[in-house]
Design a protein around this ligand. Structure first.
Ligand code: GTP
Ligand code: MG
Length: 196
């Protein structure tokens, strides 16, 4: 993939605000604070395009980014932020769920989990939902720079086991490790053959 151009398109709180053309979309989902926005910036090599924060719950709306005028990245609100007020918790998950359930343009869901931790109940539920609804998906273990190679290998195996032996790609937004693997998967999902 030759990256010529990446731009923030819009933040949408409801379906009526989603882009209307039929460009393919790659969505990034996972717990609040797992590193979705950082991963998007790292993949695109643009600091600060997707807003990141050490405060969980930063991304509330569905954020669309246009890449090479050809396809879109979609940064979804994170789930599982314990201290969020009840009403906004509901609102966040509703926006993400509506997107996942309805979006025809979605060709790949990239599900992020923290490489340091056991998957949470919500991680497992989301994975089950994606599998049940036959949504093409890929698990990415984030923040791999925080572990030794040995620990990382062990944890990635454990995560793979917890998710029914699905493929897991380890990623670090700090070192860029895993970037090529992930781009390969994205290109595969975008190639016309995979849409049949
Ligand atoms: P929400 O928008 O709240 O759902 O969070 P998010 O999933 O978009 O997480 P975000 O990218 O904002 O990152 C959360 C925190 O984790 C920030 O402090 C990041 O700097 C840090 N972080 C993200 N990716 C990595 C990584 O690969 N390595 C390390 N060491 N820190 C990371
Ligand atoms: Mg975010």
């Amino acid at each position: 993939m030759r990256l010529a151009n990446a731009e923030f398109l819009k933040s949408a709180f409801k379906e009526a605000d989603w882009p209307r053309d039929d460009r393919a979309e790659i969505a990034f989902l996972g717990r609040s604070n797992v590193g979705k926005s950082s991963l998007i910036n790292s993949l695109l090599g643009v600091h600060g395009l997707a807003r990141t924060s050490s405060t969980p719950g930063r991304t509330r709306a569905v954020n669309f980014f246009l890449i090479n005028q050809q396809f879109r990245f979609v940064d979804l609100p994170g789930y599982g932020y314990a201290r969020a007020p009840k009403a906004s918790k509901k609102e966040w998950s509703a926006a993400a769920e509506e997107y996942l359930a309805k979006r025809k343009q979605l060709v790949l869901s990239i599900h992020l989990v923290d490489s340091r931790h056991e998957p949470t109940k919500q991680d497992l539920q989301l994975h089950e939902w994606l599998a049940y609804h036959q949504k093409p998906h890929l698990i990415v273990a984030t923040k791999s720079d925080k572990l030794s190679n040995n620990e990382l290998r062990k944890n990635v195996n454990r995560i793979r086991g917890a998710f029914g032996n699905d493929r897991v790609v380890a990623y670090s937004a700090i070192t860029g490790s895993g970037r090529q693997d992930l781009w390969k998967e994205i290109e595969k999902a975008l190639s016309p053959q995979s849409h049949s």
